[in-house]
Ligand binder design. Structure first.
Ligand code: GDP
Length: 302
């Protein structure tokens, strides 16, 4: 429901084609596809994906495969669903078999990293896992306080920097060591929010990644990039940059309960081939859901 209401604006933009499709006949094809192109662009699908979808539909209409407005609408939804669910991409967390599994949460400031980490901890803890937090955002003074609040809220332990000068990589390394010694199942690592163009902060992420790998082979098991669902096409260059620097394994799309601009997600998944693993639909502990591509498609198309 939250996803559905969060996408009301996108759904509204896209609904302009519904009436055209209701009375569609073959001679209307160009007009309908022009309108569809416009609606997809306004909904942040981006030019590349928009052209891909429109041209796929045109081909299927002209070859006689799609014979009614209804069939065109269903094919449109199927196209988007296929783009979102790349073959072989795993939407479940891949935590490996070594303990502790390490998950790094990365992204720009304000996107919802800390909140998503807290919500993810709640989910995993409910599944029976013993969770340790690592306060790797040593850049922003208030960040570890915020994470401590989430640790308390979810009943998880936390490792924070011993001094203000501590490096993020040493906090993470210390937390993973502690996790290993004390039999934690998962260490959830917060990292400092950065502009995707900030070179030194990107370097820090690389050191963090190396530091945890030294403690547990194969770590980090997941590097989840948090993307603010209200930022539209801006999320594409961000995702590209983070992926190039650290190799993102999954996406968490946040704020889909607000005025989410969903189309761009399709571009990110298509271009980078990284699956969306979770969506954030609010600020409460229970407001993180596993990504359901079908629910997503049904929320953006009526
Ligand atoms: P960080 O700087 O990336 O760690 O971002 P925060 O976790 O501090 O989140 C920034 C703001 O976004 C906070 O006010 C959060 O409560 C809010 N927020 C995070 N995720 C969601 C979400 O899924 N829905 C809504 N409505 N707000 C969110």
């Amino acid at each position: 429901e939250k996803l559905f209401s969060g996408f009301s604006k996108t759904r509204n933009n896209l609904s302009v084609i519904d009436e055209l499709l209701l009375y569609w006949n073959l001679s209307d094809t160009d007009r309908v596809l022009d309108e569809l192109e416009e609606a997809l662009l306004v909904s942040d699908f981006g030019p590349k994906i928009t052209m891909k979808i429109v041209e796929n539909l045109r081909e299927d209409i002209l070859s006689g495969k799609l014979k009614s407005g209804n069939e065109i609408k269903e094919a449109l939804k199927k196209n988007v669903l296929d783009l979102l669910t790349k073959k072989g991409s795993k939407t479940e967390l891949q935590l490996g078999f070594r303990k502790p599994a390490v998950i790094m949460i990365v992204g720009v400031n304000g996107g919802g990293k800390t909140t998503s980490l807290g919500k993810l901890a709640y989910r995993l803890k409910n599944g029976g896992a013993k969770i340790l937090f690592a306060a790797g955002d040593t850049f922003r003074a208030a960040a570890s306080d915020q994470l401590e609040i989430w640790a308390e809220r979810t009943g998880c332990e936390i490792v924070v920097a011993e001094s203000q000068k501590a490096k993020a990589s040493s906090v993470l390394s210390q937390a993973v060591k502690r996790g290993k010694e004390l039999g934690f199942d998962v260490v959830l690592c917060d990292t400092s929010g950065r502009l995707h163009t900030n070179y030194s902060l990107m370097e820090e992420l690389i050191s963090c990644k190396k530091a945890v790998a030294k403690v547990v082979a194969g770590a980090p098991n997941e590097i989840l990039l948090v993307l603010d669902g209200t930022t539209g096409l801006n999320m594409l260059p961000q995702a590209r940059e983070f992926n190039e620097v650290v190799g993102v394994t999954g996406l968490i799309l946040t704020k889909l309960d607000g005025s989410a601009r969903g189309g761009c997600v399709v571009s990110v998944v298509d271009e980078l081939g990284i699956p969306v693993k979770f969506v954030g639909v609010g600020e409460g502990v229970e407001d993180l859901q596993p990504f359901d591509a079908e629910a997503f498609v049904n929320a953006i198309f009526m």
